[in-house]
Design a protein around this ligand. Sequence first.
Ligand code: ADP
Ligand code: MG
Length: 332
Amino acid sequence: FDLKNEDLKDLHELGQGNGGSVKKVEHVPTKTMMAKKIVLIDAKPSVRKQILRELQIMHDCHSKYIISFYGAFLADPNICICMEYMDKGSLDNIYKKIGPIDIDIVGQVAFAVLEGLTYLYDVHRIIHRDIKPSNMLCNSRGEIKICDFGVSGELINSIADTFVGTSTYMSPERIQGAQYTVKSDVWSLGISLIELALGRFPFSESTSDESDSDFEGTLSPARPGSISLSGLPPARMKRNTPKKDKRKSKGVSLQGGGMTMSILELLQHIVNEPAPRLTPEDRYPKEAELFIDSCLLKDPDSRKTPKDLLNDAWMDQARQSTVNLEDWASTF
Ligand code: ADP
Ligand code: MG
């Protein structure tokens, strides 16, 4: 492909995130459907070109657990990234539509994400850095793939300056300023899997339809100063305008008492309180509970890598499972 913006016909918007928006487009010359991510970047031309160069690594990422990349180009002041279109959308939208996801399906998701992360790290030394249900995509062939991984250091820098990001999936060690490792992705995977199985974000007690419940009411009182934020870039804490109401539907209200404080409270909670678990006990297979417990070990040294977790008992079960993702995907 030699992708040009004029060959792309906009169809409709697929969603919006921190960095910009994603549209379904048709590449007219080849009649290929694509997802076009438009990222607004406030950076010098030299930095934009550097980002484009770094994104080219994605051309070499070939795995059935990773979204295919068609190309990226500058469309001032934006950078456009064109990728494989996944017709069943992201897992956050799927559970919001159909409710909590069956644990056997969640096992297949865990397996696909671990395979994708292992591929990225073993072959390209890439750490994903943004594992969450909205970056896990599904299509009607029943394939599950991950997207939006951190290939471009310059892109990460340019975006990090302008917003808080998805700190809610952030591991305790990251909140405390430690370097990103593949184990931080494992923490984010653990949080995401509980979210899919419960049908709600795990740090909130409420169910997803009680979307107005106040975040503060579900956490222990804030203890100002009890965690050190010195490791976080100051700019990350600056933004105080909610990007949109998306988080509300997860049962977490980041409005009201000031978004910055609520995020701080969530970060404090992640650092100071025991990690969430797959509960109630006895509802889920023991192997699933134990797997998620090991993803959510607060000490990164004790936490396993994605590759090690592929040998976990629950992943053996997932490999042997007869569950049919294509049939499942045909139900919504
Ligand atoms: P976020 O991941 O934070 O939600 P994004 O801007 O990355 O924000 O994506 C916005 C939404 O667009 C996602 O939540 C997802 O539902 C949808 N989306 C992203 N990429 C694709 C894709 N390749 N195919 C189909 N839908 C996509
Ligand atoms: Mg995304």
